[in-house]
Design a protein around this ligand. Structure first.
Ligand code: ADP
Length: 168
């Protein structure tokens, strides 16, 4: 098992699966979602339309189109309201269900963006803790041999992830 943190554009990473921080309608949008559809071409959206919908905390899989990754796993993180709308559990579900979909499809290297910490406004430190804890839990129980990369776009997230991963 390996967990690492890196900074960059997730669309450029050649892994088995990159995770998209999608919305429930799988309609594309801004942030990492827009970047993935722009770089991957129209085949990803074609499959998203066929799937149609993904509830918050769940995950679905499509082709990666022209991206260097093999597949895109689309998960929907929660919109942060006041912290009392089950946001933390829903974010953990998004990470766990993405790992589950990767596992079911035999995809052993997977890269995550910092789900919900952009437009959806989830506090970054709390989100990073949930992301790391949830992925570690999945990899340890039972023990599984995945390579997981947390791909940070902004410096703030990069520093938060480096701090947490070096501490533990
Ligand atoms: P959400 O709606 O889940 O908050 P966003 O796409 O707005 O999704 O943001 C999620 C995270 O993805 C943010 O930390 C943002 O900085 C980051 N991000 C944006 N573009 C990219 C990219 N090309 N590669 C990796 N991360 C990205």
């Amino acid at each position: 098992m390996a967990i690492e943190v890196t900074q960059g554009d997730i669309t450029q990473i050649p892994v088995d699966a990159i995770v998209n921080a999608a919305n429930e309608g799988l309609k594309g949008g801004g942030g990492v979602d827009g970047a993935i559809h722009r770089a991957g071409g129209p085949d990803i959206m074609k499959e998203c339309r066929q799937i149609g919908h993904c509830p918050t905390g769940e995950a679905v899989i499509t082709t990666a189109g022209e991206l260097p990754a093999k597949k895109v796993i689309h998960t929907v993180g929660p919109v942060w309201n006041d912290g009392n709308k089950n946001e933390e559990e829903l974010l953990a579900n998004a990470y766990r269900n993405s790992m589950k979909v990767a596992d079911e499809n035999g995809l052993m290297s997977i890269s995550f963006p910092n789900i919900s910490t952009g437009i959806y406004g989830f506090p970054k430190e709390k989100a990073a803790q949930i992301a790391i804890e949830t992925v570690k839990g999945f990899l340890n129980n039972p023990r599984r041999d995945f390579d997981v990369k947390f791909v940070c776009f902004d410096n703030e997230n990069l520093e938060i992830y480096q701090k947490i991963l070096n501490e533990k």
